[in-house]
Design a protein around this ligand. Structure first.
Ligand code: 5GP
Length: 194
């Protein structure tokens, strides 16, 4: 694994549910200007797979027992519990990417982002995606398929808490317009890769 002093940046993107962070991360990774520089890290989760998600691309879906085992044997770099499910970053993936000089892009909650910053203080670049208005968040979350009303309410509560912690990040992007926000994100990444 690359040392702490390695110049390979690790990009950590956070933002409340419905902020558009996953879409922005997808656009970023497929950017031609960043070809062979970035790679999306895939987390392990105990959350059930959504219809539109693909195993191994969006997440590695595992049982709670398997997740706990991975944490016990230290194969998980950082983890969180969100709405009753566990989510964690596989250590081996991040190690592998850094060794190949590829910058991992991680989409994590605030707890995960701060943890990565602590583990890799010289490499981590943290970026917070903010929705233009908190009212828009409800609409965006509601649009997401298969979310029950209770889950929408809880996601909104967590979103409000996360937004209050955005000052702890290196950068904040307001996702008012997807094209503009993705350009802004790409410019940050290009600057940090120099
Ligand atoms: P979702 O269920 O919407 O896919 O994800 C719920 C939350 O968990 C999001 O804020 C997402 O960024 C976060 N998340 C996903 N994977 C990880 C992970 O490996 N670690 C941490 N700390 N958060 C994660």
């Amino acid at each position: 694994m690359k040392s702490q002093n390695s110049k390979v940046p690790i990009f950590v993107i956070s933002g409340p549910s419905g902020s558009g962070k996953t879409t922005l991360a997808e656009i970023l990774i497929t950017s031609k200007k960043l070809k062979n520089k970035l790679i999306r890290s895939v987390s392990v989760t105990t959350r059930p797979k959504r219809q539109e998600e693909k195993r191994g691309k969006d997440y590695f879906f595992v049982s709670q027992g398997r997740f706990k085992h991975l944490v016990r044997v230290k194969k998980i770099l950082e983890w969180t519990r969100y709405l009753g499910y566990y989510y964690g970053t596989p250590k081996s993936l991040v190690d592998k990417y850094l060794a190949r000089n590829l910058s991992p892009v991680l989409c994590l909650d605030v707890k995960g982002a701060l943890r990565i910053k602590k583990i890799y203080p010289l490499n981590a670049v943290t970026i917070f995606i903010l929705p233009p208005k908190v009212q828009d968040l409800r609409l965006r979350i509601e649009k997401r398929s298969r979310l029950k009303p209770g889950e929408i309410r809880k996601r909104l509560e967590i979103a409000r808490k996360e937004i209050s912690l955005r000052k702890l990040y290196d950068y904040t992007i307001v996702n008012r317009d997807l094209k503009q926000a993705s350009k802004c994100l790409r410019d940050i990444v290009l600057k940090e890769l120099k």
